[in-house]
Design a protein around this ligand. Structure first.
Ligand code: C5P
Length: 253
C-alpha cells in the first residue's frame, strides 16, 4: 500500500481526527451516551470545567481507557509550581491535549511544559500537547481595559501567542478569525491552532459572535476544530458530525 492510499491519509479520516466534540453536558450519563454514539465520528472529546466539576476525573480516565482521545479544557492559571503539578496530573490521566492561560506568564508555561515532558519520559507515558488560551473570545477591548490592558484584543492575542511559543507551548486556542494573524506571527508550522467558534452554514451561531464554517476554519489554517452545540443539539448528532467532517475533508483533498 502506498502512503497516498493508506487509510490514515484519506481526507475523511484525517478530517475526523481533527474534529473535537465539546462535551458541554451536565451529567456523566449524558456524556457516556455521547461518547458511545460519536466515538467513531469525531477525533477527540473536550471535557471542560462544567463536566469536570460535575463528573470528576473518573470520567476522564474512563473515556481515555475506552480508547478515545481527550482534550482537558480546564484552562489552568495559577503559580508556576501549581500549574506544573496540575500538568503532571493531566499527563498521568492520559489526555491528548490540555490547556493553560498564557496570561499566567512565561515561567508558568515553561515549567509546565518541562514538567509534562519529564513526567512522560520518566513514566513512559505519551506526552500531551500543552496549549495556551490567549484572550477569551468573550473579552473585547472594554473588558481588557477594565483589567488594566489598554490594547485591542488582536494585539494581545498576537503578543500572548508569541509568548506561548517562546515558553514551550505546543499551540494556542484561538478564534478562526485569528488563525492567519497567529500563523504570521509564529513561524513554526508545528504550532497548533485549535479553534472553537465553528458553525456549519445551516446552524445557529448561538452566542458565538464571529463564526466560520468548518471548511473556512480549515482553509484559514486551523489544526483542530472544537464544535459543541451544533452536534449536541442536532436531531441526529452522528449525521451532523459526518457532515462537518465532509466539509472539513473538502479542504484536505
Ligand atoms: O457549542 P459551541 O460549539 O459554541 O462550543 C464551543 C466550545 O469551545 C465550548 O466548550 C466553549 O467553552 C469553548 N470555547 C469557546 N471560545 C473560546 C474558548 C473555548 O467557545 N475562546
Amino acid at each position: 500500500m502506498t502512503a497516498s492510499s493508506s487509510p490514515k491519509s484519506d481526507p475523511k479520516t484525517l478530517a475526523q481526527g481533527k474534529l473535537i466534540l465539546a462535551l458541554d453536558v451536565d451529567t456523566v450519563e449524558r456524556a457516556r451516551e455521547l461518547v458511545v454514539m460519536l466515538r467513531d465520528h469525531v477525533g477527540m472529546f473536550k471535557i471542560g470545567s462544567q463536566l469536570f466539576t460535575a463528573a470528576g476525573p473518573g470520567l476522564v480516565r474512563e473515556i481515555v481507557t475506552s480508547g478515545s482521545r481527550v482534550f482537558l479544557d480546564l484552562k489552568f492559571h495559577d503559580i508556576p509550581n501549581t500549574v506544573a503539578a496540575a500538568g503532571v496530573a493531566a499527563t498521568r490521566f492520559g489526555v491528548s491535549i490540555f490547556n493553560v492561560h498564557a496570561s499566567g506568564g512565561s515561567e508558568m508555561m515553561r515549567r509546565t511544559a518541562d514538567a509534562v515532558a519529564n513526567t512522560a519520559i520518566a513514566e513512559s507515558l505519551a506526552r500531551p500537547s500543552v496549549i495556551a488560551v490567549t484572550v477569551l473570545t468573550s473579552a473585547d477591548a472594554s473588558v481588557l481595559s477594565s483589567v488594566g490592558l489598554n490594547c485591542e484584543p488582536d494585539q494581545q492575542v498576537t503578543r500572548l501567542a508569541l509568548l506561548a511559543a517562546a515558553s514551550g507551548m505546543d499551540g494556542v486556542v484561538a478564534s478562526p478569525h485569528e488563525v492567519s494573524r497567529i500563523r504570521a506571527a509564529v513561524g513554526a508550522q508545528t504550532f497548533l491552532v485549535v479553534t472553537p467558534g465553528v458553525r456549519p452554514s445551516d446552524s445557529a451561531s448561538d452566542d458565538q459572535r464571529r463564526v466560520m464554517t468548518p471548511a473556512q476554519a480549515m482553509t484559514a489554517g486551523a489544526d483542530y476544530l472544537v464544535v459543541g452545540r451544533p452536534i449536541l443539539s442536532a436531531a441526529n448528532p452522528v449525521e451532523t458530525a459526518r457532515a462537518i467532517v465532509n466539509d472539513m475533508a473538502e479542504v484536505l483533498c
